[in-house]
Write a protein that binds this ligand. Structure first.
Ligand code: AP5
Ligand code: MG
Length: 214
């Protein structure tokens, strides 16, 4: 099962992608998480990506596409995967489709998690993220047992640099301009499904499971 998560920044793509990955035993591949891990480790890719991410801009396709195409060709992806944050531009989607087509494969579901812009800014300022294991929390909606510490791996949580309100507004604009067109793109391929992301995260997941099948 090859799944793509679509949705605005903060819509809950990462939250739902992790639950999907656990339930269906497939890898969760988040380009944002890959870039953040590279930033943390001080790699060349991390240094380049950070320049764009801190401004709320997309990392150029040249730095993003090959990374994902190599990743989905790995052995652990043979039964499927959930892509979170990729593709984010039409050229990224076309490159992915072309790479899959060469192997006689295709995307099965593009799940659009719908949340209006008004809800997003509030969610982002409360988000806390674990760079060590990728877990995400919210100080009100999904609190940790000990404040500031990841329940899953015990590492210290961060407020992402790009979650400041002014950067979130910029990311939303970039989303509407560059990523939202993917909704029509995948609708045209008959793989688009939509869920209401404003509901409780468990209800959102319930809707996704109804679509994917138990
Ligand atoms: P990325 O890390 O992908 O960020 P994003 O798309 O902006 O999305 P977020 O991770 O902010 O939100 P999410 O939808 O995953 O929401 P979450 O589940 O955390 O990318 C970061 C940057 O990297 C980009 O800006 C870009 O620069 C670069 N990049 C990445 N991929 C790229 C690509 N392909 N091409 C180019 N550049 C790329 O939820 C948000 C919060 O809400 C959390 O606190 C969560 O706990 C809470 N929450 C979740 N669900 C609910 C719910 N139902 N009710 C209440 N609260 C909820
Ligand atoms: Mg995310």
């Amino acid at each position: 099962m090859k799944i793509i998560m679509l949705g605005a920044p903060g819509a809950g793509k990462g939250t739902q992608a992790k639950m999907i990955a656990d339930k269906y035993s497939i890898p969760h591949i988040s380009t944002g998480d890959i870039f953040r891990a590279n930033i943390k480790n001080g790699t060349e890719l991390g240094k380049k990506a950070k320049e764009y991410m801190d401004q709320g801009l997309l990392v150029p396709d040249e730095l993003t596409v090959d990374l994902v195409i190599d990743r989905v060709a790995q052995e652990d992806c043979k039964n499927g995967y959930v892509l979170d944050g990729f593709p984010r531009t039409i050229p990224q989607a076309e490159s992915l489709d072309a790479a899959l087509e060469k192997r006689g494969e295709k995307v099965d579901y593009a799940i659009n998690v719908e949340v209006p812009d008004e809800n997003i800014i509030n969610r982002m300022s409360g988000r806390r993220a674990c760079v060590a294991c990728g877990a995400t929390y919210h100080i009100v909606h999904i609190p940790t047992k000990t404040e500031g510490i990841c329940d899953r791996c015990g590492s210290e949580l961060i407020l992402r640099d790009d979650d400041k309100p002014e950067t979130v507004t910029k990311r939303l604009n970039v989303y509407h301009e560059q990523t939202q067109p993917l909704i029509d793109y995948y609708n045209g391929k008959n793989v688009l499904v939509e869920v209401d992301g404003t509901r409780d995260m468990k209800d959102v997941f319930g809707d996704i499971v109804k679509i994917l099948g138990a």
